[in-house]
Design a protein around this ligand. Structure first.
Ligand SMILES: NC(=O)c1ccc[n+]([C@@H]2O[C@H](COP(=O)([O-])OP(=O)(O)OC[C@H]3O[C@@H](n4cnc5c(N)ncnc54)[C@H](OP(=O)(O)O)[C@@H]3O)[C@@H](O)[C@H]2O)c1
Length: 368
């Protein structure tokens, strides 16, 4: 059974629908309100079981997830609601996926659970949404083509909406100090775009670095001294300058308690998100340029139509859960607190391709 924890939320409702539509396994919806859960269940083409639990009551969470083979959690901010869920997963030997981007929380899960989960053969895989599957699998694809690498850099372009849950999680992180990407605006002749610091880079580079570290512990790794840089790309320099100014202004505002209250009032509330039209019209494309230790180069492209934070995130999350549920025999033989690339590798690449996402890699002329 797959257990959708947080099934009444904006992404939770979409994930429940995708599990119902694309899967055939039994599934359970878990949330705080039986009434809200019943309403979600009525909208689905297959009938789930319903269980009520509240993260404030860890015993209720442990009871609600019992018997599950995989937990898919969309109850965020994870810093507030996530601990009892991963605690129950490890205690009961249940594999786990989520879509958090809260790296300090994931680091806490690593510290508390990596050794125990590894010993029990449990896979805990956070960041299976737009942060950070494209980054982690983009670098994974380049590595597959090149072997040991010197460096990878990427350029992202995207359009989409914002969820209330995402704003709440970002404001929670801002309250304890938000890492901002650094670096100058520069023209890249290969990608033929201006590259600028990307606000999601601190989260995504953290995940790629953890992948590299986990692989290095096994003796493989991405290469000695490997570096990863993530940027936003744009055709127009003026847009790049405006973005950087906007990012610093936003950080200044959310670095203050009054600023966070102001953003909270203006942004969508938890449970809300973009319109169907905004979600249909969104997209993302990420391009990864890698250089091998011997100078060979390769370009990977990861892209998808639809709002990255909803359409693509739900697709990547549910396919990750399906990989844990259906492809256990084909997954890399690893356990513990893993990253998308170390937990799933090519299995997720194949699943996402089959679901319509673009994930491709090709050689480039070697650097002169
Ligand atoms: N990786 C990505 O690209 C990506 C994209 C989108 C979202 N996210 C993250 O995913 C998370 C969810 O986003 P969202 O837009 O779906 O948020 P949301 O609509 O606010 O949903 C939050 C869910 O958490 C549940 N919840 C709240 N308090 C709880 C408690 N005490 N115990 C158990 N459940 C509780 C809510 O239940 P009620 O309905 O009862 O309130 C709801 O089901 C956020 O952390 C967000 O940052 C990540």
């Amino acid at each position: 059974m797959i257990c959708v924890y947080g099934a009444t939320g904006f992404t939770g409702r979409q994930a429940a629908l995708r599990v119902a539509e694309k899967g055939t396994m039994p599934f359970t919806l878990v949330g705080r309100s039986a009434e809200k859960l019943e309403a979600v269940a009525r909208s689905l083409p297959r009938k789930p079981e319903i269980r009520v639990a509240d993260s404030a009551d860890p015993a209720s969470v442990a009871a609600a997830v019992s018997g599950a083979r995989v937990i898919l959690s969309t109850a965020g901010p994870y810093t507030r609601f996530g601990d009892p869920v991963v605690d129950a997963a490890v205690a009961q030997g249940i594999d786990y996926v989520d879509i958090t981007g809260e790296t300090p929380w994931v680091q806490g899960v690593v510290d508390r659970h990596h050794a125990a989960a590894q010993a029990k053969g449990v896979r805990l895989v956070s960041m299976c949404g737009f942060d950070s599957v494209p980054s982690d699998l983009g670098v994974h694809l380049v590595s597959g083509a090149l072997g040991p690498m010197r460096e990878v850099y990427s350029g992202f372009s995207l359009k989409g909406g914002v969820n209330g849950g995402t704003v709440a999680s970002a404001l929670g992180m801002a309250a304890t100090g938000l890492a901002l990407p650094t670096g100058a605006i520069r023209w890249d002749p290969l990608l033929e775009r201006w590259l600028l610091p990307f606000f999601m880079a601190p989260t995504n580079t953290w995940v790629v670095a953890r992948t590299a570290a986990l692989l290095a512990r096994e003796g493989a790794g991405y290469g000695p001294g490997f570096t990863y840089e993530e940027t936003l790309e744009t055709r127009r320099r003026a847009f790049a300058v405006a973005q950087v100014v906007g990012m610093h202004a936003a950080r200044w505002v959310v670095g203050r308690a009054w600023g966070r209250r102001w953003v909270e009032r203006l942004a969508p509330a938890p449970g809300e998100g973009p319109s169907e039209r905004t979600m249909d019209e969104g997209f993302f494309r990420a391009r990864f340029v890698g250089t091998a230790v011997d100078g060979r180069r390769a370009l990977a492209v990861v892209s998808n139509q639809g709002d990255p934070g909803n359409r693509s995130t739900v697709l990547m999350l549910v396919e990750s859960a399906f990989a844990l549920y259906l492809d256990r025999d084909r997954l890399p033989a690893r356990a513990g607190v893993l990253t998308p690339a170390t937990a799933f590798g090519d299995v997720l690449v194949e699943r996402l391709r089959a679901a319509g996402m673009v994930l491709e890699v090709r050689p480039l002329p070697a650097q002169p």
